[in-house]
Ligand binder design. Sequence first.
Ligand code: MF3
Ligand code: CO
Length: 249
Amino acid sequence: MISIKSKREIELMKYAGHINYLTHEELAKYIKPGITTEQLDKIAHDFIIKHDCVPSCLGYEGFPKSICVSINDEIIHGIPGKRKLKEHDIVSIDFCVGYKGYHSDAARTYIVGTVSKEIEDLVKNTEKALYEGLSKVHSGAKIGDVSHAIESFAHKNGLSVPRELVGHGVGTDIHEDPDVPNYGEEGKGLVLKEGMTIAIEPMFNLGARYISMTDQDDWVIVTEDGLPSAHFEHTVLVTKDGYEILTGE
Ligand code: MF3
Ligand code: CO
């Protein structure tokens, strides 16, 4: 079921989204070689709690931590632990913040120190693709318009799109209907309506689009060829003429 949010619900989601943004800003200060991914998790967890919100990934379908930290070939759902960030890594940080039963979901990918030009372009173009997708959002647009804009931007830049991982509705659940794929056809799919809240989240691979799960745990999803992947995500409100980013300033 696709829900249209009331004014009150949107206000709660805006707060959840704003704290999500501030938590990302806080974490950005600590993205340096030597920090462990569980240190980042603790910083985020404490920051979210301090602002009267809940880290809604914690315990979600059994996820054991408050944030997902995915390094290099890890696409999403990396579990924080003893691993340290190191020079030349790229690291995606993705998490949900809840306030009074309403959620927000946002992700960013950081470059640790320096990386090759092609990896830098992977990160930059994945972020640009998020805005390419967003530019298609308004009441009356089709989800395929958003999906197609993201996919064609990937292909134009020689990147691939893992098809198994998609954006989604957000609200009282982290994952609600509808799916918002990062590939698709213009003019196809569900019609967006004012008051829907959706997470748009391009994930692009430098190599092939194929993914696999590692044996270590049930969560982290990696690229099959071991090449890096980047991820950017915002939760947005669909408005009459466009959209409002809820996980921004
Ligand atoms: N943005 C991630 C997603 O949409 C966050 C999920 S929370 C987790 O899958 F608990 F599943 F990690
Ligand atoms: Co998401």
